[in-house]
Ligand binder design. Structure first.
Ligand code: ADP
Ligand code: MG
Length: 530
């Protein structure tokens, strides 16, 4: 296993149990004071499972993890091009029509989403503007040849419900607080200095993107009512509610925009469409009515969320409305792993077409090897790799799903495929595993990793690997020429997530990983040392 070279071999420093207990105590108090929190798991009550009233600190590393500065800056630098790329993909419905229907045949969830588009495409859409709140996720890749520079490789590009922006801002604040207040032992490595820590303005940046959408509605789609609002579509019993609350707080306090929440199950009782498709929200407690300018989905990305045909009707009704959607069904589908795989084909002409004269090569440099598993020549190549135990172990198999816990890793792949008819293999993409250099850190977790374990604090030290996410916001029009279609395009902060190096998944919400922030180091700090 690769490790950081001698320069930072002492990172993070060895500390005594007493020093660690003190640091963890300070961390937890600071975390609670700034709302770096999640709900513990639901508890059983006479009325069924209920989320506890209180909150606990979200999982976080005790130290910021080392991250190559050049990689961090490159990821930030190319985000606006990635925003434009996915806006242009979404605008090209003819291109999506080449890709999505084949998947819809073998994947019910994709089919249901695509059916919404089919029902609206002939005159049913009433709002040309679309808002994207994106997160492009990367790991650092380091060639094993001596002297090679670390590079970012994209894990996935999220176009719906990109989470942890609110908490990532606070994760970076926590590490800065611990450093500034000398909580870390004085033997801390020279890597750790105020200049090396990067703040993340994701909470404000994402709220700014949403506020842009709201303002665009007010100026382009003249509201019919005086009261207007943004409506968050959320999951019932969401444990990651404070992450969303931070974005809401920015919208309410900084931008003076009312924000309300609804779920797929309740939204049709709380809203109605006028005959000109204006979406009116009636506040359940005050009965006051608002014109909804923008629908921000923090839900609707997993099949299990649509528990009845009524939930699909809700999605269709919202999609038909004049409110700007973040995202539309089309933008959600543009974020499928299949699209990422099509772009990453070595001879793919698509990137060039969607992103003429822009950072095409820089984006291409972030692509990992990806294969389809269909009956095309590259699909046959993918199948051969996936079915062979020896080659499959360098790969991950991904269905068209979001939210963690859906992938099949390494040596599990051949048996998984053999259990299914070959006609269904095309629903998956095969991706080379990125093997980021391991380092050490301590993860502080107050939430039980599994349901039913209650609140138990766990502090664990060991080998970890990191995943960087860069947030972007992009407001674009589905109508008119490509030139001028993108109306605003911004970078909106970052997220660092860290997991134990023996875990395949890194999802924080799923209980596998922790939030983190970057401690920036030079390229040479990474190496194929012992
Ligand atoms: P999801 O949409 O469920 O978040 P991801 O593609 O992000 O799906 O995969 C989930 C997790 O699996 C990632 O956060 C990462 O830890 C791991 N993973 C996914 N793809 C790769 C890869 N190519 N190399 C290494 N790890 C990966
Ligand atoms: Mg992911």
């Amino acid at each position: 296993m690769m490790a950081y070279v001698k320069e930072f071999a002492d990172y993070p420093p060895e500390i005594s149990q007493q020093q660690q207990d003190f640091a963890v105590g300070q961390l937890k108090n600071y975390a609670l004071s700034v709302g770096f929190t999640v709900k513990p798991f639901a508890v059983q009550t006479d009325d069924g499972p209920k989320l506890p009233e209180g909150a606990v600190p979200a999982p976080i590393t005790l130290y910021p993890s080392l991250f190559p500065k050049s990689c961090f800056e490159e990821a930030l630098d190319i985000q606006q091009s990635y925003n434009t790329l996915y806006a242009n993909i979404t605008r090209d419905t003819a291109w999506l029509e080449d890709i999505v229907p084949q998947l819809a045949k073998i994947d019910d969830f994709v089919e249901n989403l695509w059916n919404i588009h089919l029902q609206l495409k002939d005159g049913g859409y009433t709002q040309p503007l679309t808002l994207g709140l994106f997160r492009s996720d990367y790991m650092v890749h380091l060639d094993k040849t001596p002297g090679s520079k670390p590079q970012i490789r994209q894990v996935e590009f999220n176009t719906i419900a990109s989470s942890f922006g609110g908490l990532s801002t606070r994760a970076a604040q926590i590490h800065r607080y611990l450093l500034t207040n000398n909580i870390y032992p004085s033997t801390s490595s020279s890597a750790l200095s105020p200049d090396a820590l990067a703040p993340s303005d994701a909470a404000a940046g994402l709220a700014h993107g949403l506020a842009n959408g709201h303002k665009a509605y007010l100026s382009h789609t003249k509201p019919t009512m005086e009261d207007t609002c943004i409506l968050f579509i959320v999951q019932p019993s969401e444990r990651n509610i404070f992450d969303q609350q931070h974005i809401e707080n920015e919208l309410v306090n900084t931008h003076s925009i009312p924000v309300f929440r609804s779920t797929l199950a309740t939204v049709l009782t709380q809203t109605h469409l006028t005959d000109t498709s204006v979406l009116i929200y009636t506040h359940p407690s005050t009965q006051r009515k608002y014109e909804v300018t923008l629908l921000y989905y923090r839900a609707g990305y997993a099949p299990t969320e649509y528990t009845s045909p009524a939930d699909w009707t809700a999605r269709l009704t919202l999609e038909r409305s004049r409110a700007i959607k973040c995202p539309t069904v089309l933008l959600q589908l543009a974020g499928m792993k299949k699209v990422q795989q099509v772009l990453a084909l070595p001879d793919s002409p698509h990137l060039q077409r969607f992103l003429p004269n822009a950072d095409t090569e820089r984006l291409r440099n972030t692509f990992a090897l990806m294969y389809p598993l269909d009956s095309t020549p590259s699909g046959k190549e993918g199948q051969a790799i996936a079915l062979n135990e020896a080659t499959a172990k360098g790969y991950v198999l991904k269905p068209q799903r979001e939210g963690g816990g859906n992938n099949i890793y390494r040596s599990d792949i051949p048996a998984f495929l053999k259990e299914r008819p070959e006609s269904e293999w095309g629903a998956y993409v095969l991706m080379q595993m990125i093997e980021p250099p391991a380092q050490r850190n301590t993860i502080v977790r107050m939430t039980a990793a599994k349901e039913g374990q209650g609140v138990v604090g766990v502090v664990e030290t060991g080998g970890v690997i990191c995943e960087l996410g860069i947030y972007g916001t992009c407001l674009f029009s589905m109508a008119g020429q490509t030139a001028g279609a993108v109306q605003s395009n911004e970078v909106a902060g970052y997220l660092l997530r860290t997991k134990g190096d023996t875990s395949s998944e890194g999802g924080v919400a799923a209980g596998f990983g922790a939030l983190d922030s970057v401690c920036l180091v030079g390229d040479d700090a990474l190496g194929a040392g012992s």
